[in-house]
Design a protein around this ligand. Sequence first.
Ligand SMILES: Cc1ncc(COP(=O)(O)O)c(C=O)c1O
Length: 294
Amino acid sequence: SVLHYGQEVFEGLKAYRRADNTIWLFRPAFNANRFNQSARRMALPEIPVEDFVGSCVDLVRADARWVPVKDGATLYLRPFMYASESFLGVHPAHEVTYLNIGSPSGPYFDNGFSPVSIYVSEDYHRAGPGGTGEAKTSGNYAASLQPQEIAAEKGYAQVCFLDGETNTYIDELGGMNVFVVYRDGKVATPQLTGCILEGGTRGAIIQVLADEGITVSEERIALHQLLDDIRAGKVAEFLACGTAAVVTPIGKLGGKDFELEVPTGPMTKHIHDVITGIQWGRREDPHGWCYRVL
Ligand SMILES: Cc1ncc(COP(=O)(O)O)c(C=O)c1O
């Protein structure tokens, strides 16, 4: 069934081997809850949080030798569930399979940050109102592939999607959320409209900044306003975030009739250092985000 109707959900999280050789997960219950939210939307059964986290723990313990020793490298975990019933006909499957697989993954940045270029997709959307944008499900990624190809042909690294209803507001990238840091100190991120995947990194950044007295404004960010603000020098940094890279600066923003250099600054690096510091046990973990496995 999954091959025909795409009834599938997945998650992505990492296991970190610290300098003292202990192995930890980062906010696995967040991923468990998001997995269940995705499952509900895709008419798949939910899994108890302790079973989801338990599958991560068991996998990491069984494959501990595959958790890299190198700083910044991790074992990437991919829990997923899909309609495994052998049946043609559009209905929620009566048989589903839950699996969890892992793969070593290298450090995202080998030599410090390198800003990425982003192409705004004005012709194609990944999600629309009432659709499945806030679920982590295969079809959203299938919908992002052709726009991603178009962006790559134009020399850009990633695609930025606009809202599917008005084609006006920035939603997110194909696999990352975004934040705008303004010169006047304001920090904003697109508000969750039901079309955006709620990133764990997004939430962690909002909390880390709140701890420092900065309230992130969750709001609709119009593309034309962002372009005006970049041209007027009001934008200090534009960054993308997700489990893979934690954060990455956006250095160029292009679209059908514009191409702008975006400034980079210290906030992206600061956020990176705080969150990776907590993940790798080099910083205090005030919210109890780290979960010891071994
Ligand atoms: C569409 C999309 N948005 C945002 C994110 C960032 O989410 P997280 O920070 O939980 O990795 C991801 C990655 O999982 C994603 O696939």
